[in-house]
Write a protein that binds this ligand. Structure first.
Ligand code: COA
Length: 154
């Protein structure tokens, strides 16, 4: 399949229903639409939407900043659009924005069994630095804590 033309742009309130739909398909314990709306108003959140040529939302990435550290709080690609570079584009966009803003360390949590996400993160220089036992529910599973230093790949 050819790579789609995807634009990454700031999330707007109008994107939330589509994001919540993707979220419900992507996770067994999805965030409700209200969580996306609350984060839109949060001064330390950076929300980006991936938009296809027809204007449809095909993915999103949410980064939360705290001084010189940040966390990828959520990232997902619509099931029908996976493995076509959307997640990588979203993550690269967040990393670039973090670097621009002076973030020196970027963190995230991932289910240990989430091979797709772990491969994506590893390709962008994230390494495991810890584990939260039984962190996830439905099903219960450990979270791996991954960290990416701003100097990765420099
Ligand atoms: C993880 C996720 C966001 C990846 O999005 P995506 O748009 O499919 O990712 P990309 O096409 O940009 O893939 C980039 C790289 O990630 C890795 N990757 C992605 N999906 C993979 C899979 N199913 N198996 C192995 N590696 C995978 C590959 O290295 C890939 O590069 P390649 O295609 O050149 O080999 C997507 O699978 C998803 O939405 N999953 C459900 C939600 C989720 O788990 N989010 C992460 C929570 S921590």
């Amino acid at each position: 399949m050819s790579e789609p033309i995807i634009v990454i742009r700031p999330t707007s309130a109008d994107d939330v229903p589509a994001m919540a739909s993707i979220e419900a398909l992507a996770f067994s314990d999805p965030w409700p639409a209200m969580s996306f709306r609350e984060l839109l108003a949060h001064p330390y959140s950076r929300m980006a939407s991936a938009v296809d040529e027809s204007g449809g939302i095909v993915g999103y990435c949410i980064m939360l900043r705290a001084v010189d550290e940040a966390e990828i709080a959520n990232i997902a690609t619509a099931p029908g659009m996976r493995r076509r570079g959307v997640g990588a584009q979203l993550l690269d966009d967040a990393i670039a924005a973090g670097t621009e803003a002076g973030v020196v360390a970027l963190f995230l949590e991932v289910r240990e069994s989430n091979i797709a996400a772990r491969a994506l993160y590893a390709s962008r220089g994230f390494v495991a630095v810890g584990r939260r036992r039984g962190y996830y529910k439905q099903p219960v599973e450990d979270a791996l804590i991954l960290r990416r230093n701003a100097t990765a790949f420099e």
